[in-house]
Design a binder for this molecule. Sequence first.
Ligand SMILES: [Mn+2]
Length: 450
Amino acid sequence: MRSDFGGRPLRRNKTDIMKIVTTHKGTDFDALASLVAATLIYPDARPVIPGEVNQNLKPFLAIHKDVFGVLPPGEVNLDQVETLIVVDTHSWTRLDPRLSVLKEKPDIEIIVWDHHSHGDIKATHSHIRETGACITLLVDEIQKKRTLLTPIQATLFLIGLYEDTGNLTFPSTLGEDAHAAGFLLDRKADLTILATFLKQAYVRQHKDILYEMIRKSETVKRSGFSVGFSILDIEGRIQNLAMVVQMYREIINVDAAFGIFRDIAQDKCMVIGRSGVDEINISLIMRSLGGGGHPGAGSALIKAANPEVIQEMIMELISGNQQTSVMLSDIMSYPVVKVYEDTPVEEVIKILRELGCTGLPVVDSQDGLVGVISRRDLKKIRQTKQMTAPVKAFMTRNVVTISHDRSAVEVARLMIKHDIGRVPVVKDGKMIGIVTRSDVMMYFYDMLPD
Ligand SMILES: [Mn+2]
């Protein structure tokens, strides 16, 4: 960075990394999955994500980006890069243009993992095979190396795999892809989260079911909430019924909706629930019915049951308050590490580095919240002497906060809407805690301690 005012140029914002992984522009789920998987195969490599990502990846990244430690190309000191790992493409023109300087670097090592046959990147080592999804190649390597996967990684990898293979239905799908899917399901890939982020095929059969659901729909009031029920007879297995129930809830505009699908031949009922309010926790209801899920979505399979009886049971569970809603105070972090508005910038940078976090709330001498300082704000620094300036000169003042009595779903919506990673929780004008992306993820992945 150059200063126009004669100060010493600062390079603090660029990170020196010898090994980077990157992928194609318009990054989709398969590309992001392969990017993250490559960092497991090459643990000393950092993932660099192109400036331009696919539209349907954005909500996922808004919640998950901290956990994968992805960097934009502008933050990498490219002079220092000795190894470039490229996944899900091997064409220079498909990479972020800022990385093209690496093309001219004489002794750079290039490793390629790709399932496309064409490309102009000359690799030192290449792993190219025409599988249905690129992530399949990397999952195969991860399996061989017996690398441990977290459920979050397994979920992302399976989303990528399903997206590129059309849920294993595209003709390009190989047995290998299906094997990788099996492995990821064994590693606890979460199908509910997958269904939330993956755009699924909506076919004629779904339209007919949705129409029937709306026609037979019954809305009841329970504990002040509107709940929709629809009981339908179905034959055999129908893919993506959960998506239809989601659409049904949106169309009839209720707080929670349940589809009860009876398969007469098999003498069983499939119950699928969706909720938009924390007070109706689908996971708890489904657990009571022998199934499972998440606070917002879940299902249960019940043998030899009468659908009307199931509906009664669900209504009782809701009105009997046999469930507790998850409050922000259950998921927020506290006490909050904060800095005073007069703290010098250099000290704030030190604290951020020590805590390994990307931002902190800023308070005045009365402990009132006046701003938030994040690494993004610190990029405004151009001169060395600004390092001793008070943090209030660089902080973001219009802080998005949330009241302590709001829900986890609402805080997640705020994060996605404003693309922010932390939301201070306030009560009577005072900050009582902070909710970060990882707190929200713990909640959505149902990993909260009981
Ligand atoms: Mn791909």
